[in-house]
Design a protein around this ligand. Sequence first.
Ligand code: NAP
Ligand code: G4F
Length: 368
Amino acid sequence: MVKRALITGITGQDGPYLAKLLLSKGYKVYGTYRRTSTPNFWRLQQLGIIHRITLIPADLSDMSSLLEAVTTADPHEIYNLAAQSFVGNSFDAPLLTTEIDGSGATRFLEIIRHLGKNIKFYQASTSELYGATRQSPQNENTPFSPNSPYAAAKLYSFHMTRIYRNAYGIFACNGILFNHESPLRGLEFVTRKITNSVAKIKLGLQKELRLGNLETKRDWGFAPEYVHAMWLMMQQKKADDFVIATGETHSVGEFAQEAFAAAGLDWRTYVKADQRLLRPLDVTHLCGDPSKAGRVLDWKPKVTFGELVKLLVRADMERWQKYLNGEIFAWDAPNYPSELDIVSRTVSREGKKPATKIAKLIGRLHRG
Ligand code: NAP
Ligand code: G4F
């Protein structure tokens, strides 16, 4: 029997890697995408799988489109990866983030419950749930303490996944994934922002790199290995929740130092701290303990921090070199505006005041 999988968020970082893995295992893969005025399929093109996937338009905020997607795909497994996944943006759009990242999962769980079929459900949970915790490393028993609208929304979907598992016997699991990166990572995330800038600086296309909090620490792994863990969770006899991480943590500053060094550059010459890039509230220390995944799933990370940084720098260098040689290929960087040109409503407590006149107006309206 050919297994069918439905992946939401097929145009993001993880969706295409997971789709590629499932295709290699003989699955028929359906992926949901949002209709946009400009198509956004470069990652599927980059992995060479765009023509092997059946695409279905659907939005996590629209129940009927999700119902349509599930009835069209008739999946054995649903991987819910779609999200407003940028933590910084969740401070600018808290309600939208709640709608997608919080209620989205419940919509799928309700569809599965009503259809009464044995559809397995994977929810993309996150290490951001640990937020302000002082416990380190974090495992499946560490109390959650979300520090952003994104994390609060994801906490709701984490619990709904657990509740539907226990209340209705649905095979529903949470992958509590720590940060994972790849050449397909979005440019607004700090890793890819750094490696893309390193490549441009090395090739004389950029002069400096502005970053926010350099002290904050993350446990960074390699995305293709993490999607494998998602699949393993769905093949177990019993649904459960798992931390997926490397067990090693590094600061943003260390990441930048390593990335510039990989291109033979000294990071101190180019990196400038910019208050405008600080978040109103940040998560300062994440380090995961993946021992349960090792024990139960036989999953272990292989790519080390040093290897990860080097492979990201290499990928961005190759892209910019190809671009300078006039090669035309699908890729995000040439179209991405400087994020400092994108007006943000929120600024950090250090930065104090709202960034725009409109924000002041909104502030006044709120104060009545
Ligand atoms: P990503 O690159 O930001 O991709 C997010 C995907 O969600 C995109 O395909 C996006 O579509 C889609 N999406 C956004 N809003 C949607 C909506 N309203 N309806 C339908 N689709 C929507 O994220 P990722 O890095 O692949 O992460 C996958 C999932 O894992 C996310 O849920 C994220 O929160 C979670 N997670 C990620 C990490 C990590 O380090 N990467 C760690 C823990 C958890 P567009 O292309 O149209 O925007
Ligand atoms: O790369 P980031 O934006 O990722 P963040 O906030 O950790 O979230 C990512 O990982 C989560 C898992 O823990 C996912 F759930 C989530 O969907 C997403 O994939 O920021 C990492 C750190 C933050 O502390 C941020 O303040 O880097 C700091 N940082 C410093 N300068 C910066 C910058 N982050 C960004 N994006 N841009 C900067 O210039």
